[in-house]
Design a protein around this ligand. Structure first.
Ligand SMILES: Nc1ncnc2c1ncn2[C@@H]1O[C@H](COP(=O)(O)OP(=O)(O)OP(=O)(O)O)[C@@H](O)[C@H]1O
Length: 356
């Protein structure tokens, strides 16, 4: 297993001059030895580029990759000792499940008895024990992908296991089970795992730390809780959560906030001038008129969805979403309510970066 340090940038085109020329903007980051990470972001943000640079399939146009302090930038995946699991199954159809799982170990000349033991353990973890002697050819797509996962996890001496959207072909119910399985396997095997996905639920259930990416930039590396409670960038606020964080333009002057013409005490140290106030729908509460931190807003939509109620309200030019308890009395559309926007759960942003 390895600690992985990146200090690099990558452009697919020669002589990059502007930010948009880069698939990965200059970045410096580290993956802890034995950690479970997800690279999360929308299509085209640079996740696969980063994964391929870590694996050695791609050489960065600038900078270095280090494994345990050793420069491996020009080494192949084999030299780096990386295991990879791709979107679609990579297995030998003519072999049995057991032979497929054993393949990476045979290549390393592991003694037969040890191979048998290890294959048994991995098959058990992935619920493949009953199919060990079956030929892979006859299996369904998701069983084949489980074999690919098993092949990725079977060697305990790899530097890291890299997954590129490995659950794409898996049906939704099994997907949920496998995500939990992978988490459990990580706890048991303590391998360094890096997992690419554009699905926030997948990233947040699997990883100890999530790297949120947008437009070639890793904007925050943090636990699920940190990404939810203190998004370091407005993109993280938007992208994580369903719906994402609410943002309101505000101006801070002399300790007072101007929010769509309402004036409230800032209640904490804030930089002067224009800011964005961010507050999660889960933390936006209905309070009595004129209560501290509250502003009036007009309800435009109110919907009880069983597990909770979702209010949509208008404040100046902004739309706010508030998630309420299912039994909360719902205000009528068109009525004015008071929403507490300033409190200890509010975050403030300047130039899209968290400032308080
Ligand atoms: N081989 C390539 N040649 C030129 N440009 C590329 C190449 N591969 C990726 N890109 C570009 O680099 C940027 C990042 O792509 P990348 O595949 O890393 O993103 P991603 O986040 O993995 O997206 P997806 O989820 O769609 O795979 C995109 O603008 C993409 O068009």
């Amino acid at each position: 297993m390895a600690r992985i340090d990146l200090d690099l940038a990558h452009a697919y085109r020669p002589n990059p001059t502007q930010d948009s020329d880069y698939a990965l903007l200059p970045l410096k980051m580290s993956f802890r030895d034995g950690g479970a990470y997800a690279l999360l972001g929308p299509s085209g943000c640079g996740k696969t580029t980063m994964l391929n640079i870590i694996s050695g399939l791609l050489v960065p146009s600038k900078g270095t990759v280090k494994f345990n302090g050793r420069d491996v930038t020009l080494e192949t995946p084999q030299q780096r000792n990386i295991a990879q699991v791709f979107q679609f199954p990579v297995i030998y159809d003519t072999m049995t499940v057991a032979q497929n799982l054993a393949f990476p170990l045979r290549n390393r000349n592991m003694p037969a008895e040890q191979i048998r033991k290890r294959v048994g353990e991995i098959a058990e973890m992935l619920d493949l024990s009953g199919q060990l002697n079956q030929r892979a050819a006859g299996l369904a797509a998701d069983a084949k992908q489980k074999i690919s996962l098993g092949r990725g996890l079977v060697r305990s001496d790899v530097s890291a296991v890299l997954f590129d959207e490995p659950l794409t072909v898996i049906d939704p119910h099994l997907k949920w089970q496998l995500r939990r399985k992978l988490k459990q396997i990580h706890r048991e095997l303590k391998l360094t795992l890096i997992y690419v996905t554009h699905d926030q639920v997948e990233a947040l259930t699997f990883a100890e730390e999530v790297v949120v990416m947008t437009r070639g930039k890793a904007v925050q590396i943090g636990t699920a809780e940190a990404l939810f409670e203190r998004p370091a960038h407005t993109f993280v606020g938007h992208f994580i959560g369903s719906p994402g964080m609410n943002f309101l333009p505000v101006t801070c002057r002399g300790g007072m906030l101007d929010i769509a013409g309402e004036h409230l005490p800032a209640a904490r140290e804030l930089p002067e001038g224009p800011l964005k106030l961010g507050i999660r729908p889960e933390y936006l509460s209905l309070v009595g008129a004129g209560m501290p931190g509250a502003v009036p807003a007009v309800i435009t939509q109110s919907q009880d969805v069983g597990t909770h109620a979702m209010l949509t309200a208008r404040l100046g030019e902004s739309t706010l979403k508030a998630r309420l308890a299912p039994d909360a009395p719902l205000p009528d559309v068109g009525s004015t309510v008071w929403l507490r926007v300033v409190g200890n759960k509010s975050c403030f942003y300047r130039d899209e970066e968290l400032v308080a």
